[in-house]
Design a binder for this molecule. Structure first.
Ligand SMILES: [Zn+2]
Length: 344
């Protein structure tokens, strides 16, 4: 039997309203040797999280594939998936055959109302599920890397996507395909033409593109990147060792003792209201605030709103437990700081 022609891949980082995001005709494109694993900054879950998964449909066979390929990531990332079908699961997967394959990226899923899917698997061929779980844990498409070196043949891409089955406007095509993340919105790593987060497009879509083999498994760089200090390192904090901050108490001294280290603190809010969380000292900190009662529900992220290069987050908080993650802005550097929380 002749080998069937591969079906076009359909995948989007879902960031536009659903109706604006129907169908993206994509095949993988690569130029060997110049592509990075990339993650938009601020969308990663807290290191060490257990992310719960709820199936909105799917056959037993489909669910088995999902569990298997999600596990490709957790073999390397300091994350766990719990397929417990919790109503408020962080990741909710539908299997709508008419809606392609897509996922929200990382903590963006927290902004989606509970009845709605955060990922759709309209097909599950090859490494599609692993690719979508890459998005779900915070990875972006390789082709949107500003250092990717892709020179789009914009008129060809725009006219290709203006037809069936996409019917995209030039604006939609610019957003979904041509727009690149700016360098300071991304965490990037080594060049990786083998990444599962890389798609082919027809070579005619680029001025310099060379089609490569489809990547159906995690590349070595995917594995290294996902467990790197910027993503989910194995030596990251675990909840049982969380340091507790007392609202209104003196700031707690802390130390980014190793390059790439991240510290996690927790505090309890018993009276709702406006709270200020900030670091002090000479270290250029970056801080994320998660909660309530969830180490994965990102409330805010800040780099330099405090004194000097310190991070400061002011947020209106309801009673509950909150988590504060602090890292050095520069993953190669270390430094001491203090962190505190108070009403204000
Ligand atoms: Zn994708």
């Amino acid at each position: 039997m002749p080998k069937p022609t591969p079906l076009p891949r359909v995948c989007i980082d879902r960031v536009l309203p659903k109706d604006a995001m129907k169908y993206q005709f994509t095949r993988r494109l690569g130029r060997p040797g110049i592509l990075h694993a990339v993650a938009p900054i601020g969308k990663t879950w807290i290191n060490g999280s257990t992310l719960r998964v709820r199936f909105l449909g799917g056959t037993a066979a489909e669910r088995t594939i999902v569990k298997e390929q999600a596990g490709w990531w957790t073999q390397h990332a300091n994350l766990k998936f719990d397929f417990n079908n919790a109503p408020d699961a962080e990741i909710r997967i539908s299997f709508d055959k008419n809606d392609g394959a897509w996922s929200y990226v990382g903590t963006d899923a927290k902004g989606i109302s509970q009845g709605e899917a955060t990922m759709n698997l309209g097909f599950l061929d090859g490494g599609t599920v692993a690719h979508e779980f890459g998005h779900a844990i915070g990875l972006a498409h390789e082709h949107q890397n500003p250092d990717g070196g892709i020179q789009w043949n914009e008129p060809v891409v725009i006219s290709s996507l203006a037809g069936s089955p996409n019917f995209w406007t030039p604006e939609q095509t610019r957003h979904n395909v041509l727009s690149k993340y700016t360098a300071n919105q991304l965490n990037g790593t080594k060049f990786d033409p083998d990444s599962i987060m890389l798609y082919f497009f027809p070579a005619s879509w680029t001025l310099n593109g060379i089609a490569t083999e489809q990547n159906e498994v995690l590349s070595e760089t995917d594995k290294l990147f996902i467990k790197s200090a910027r993503m989910y390192p194995p030596n990251g904090p675990i909840e049982s060792k969380l340091l507790e901050l007392k609202p209104g108490g003196s700031p707690l001294g802390a130390d980014i003792g190793k390059p790439g280290e991240e510290d996690v603190f927790t505090f309890k809010v018993s009276t709702g209201g406006s709270y200020l969380v900030e670091t002090q000292g000479a270290t250029d900190t970056v801080m994320k605030l998660f909660g309530p009662n969830s180490p994965t529900n990102l409330i805010a992220e800040d780099d330099d709103s405090g004194a000097g290069s310190n991070a400061r987050i002011r947020a209106s908080l309801i009673p509950g437990q909150y988590f504060v993650q602090v890292r050095h802005w520069d993953p190669k550097k270390t430094g001491k700081y203090a962190v505190g929380v108070r009403k204000g």
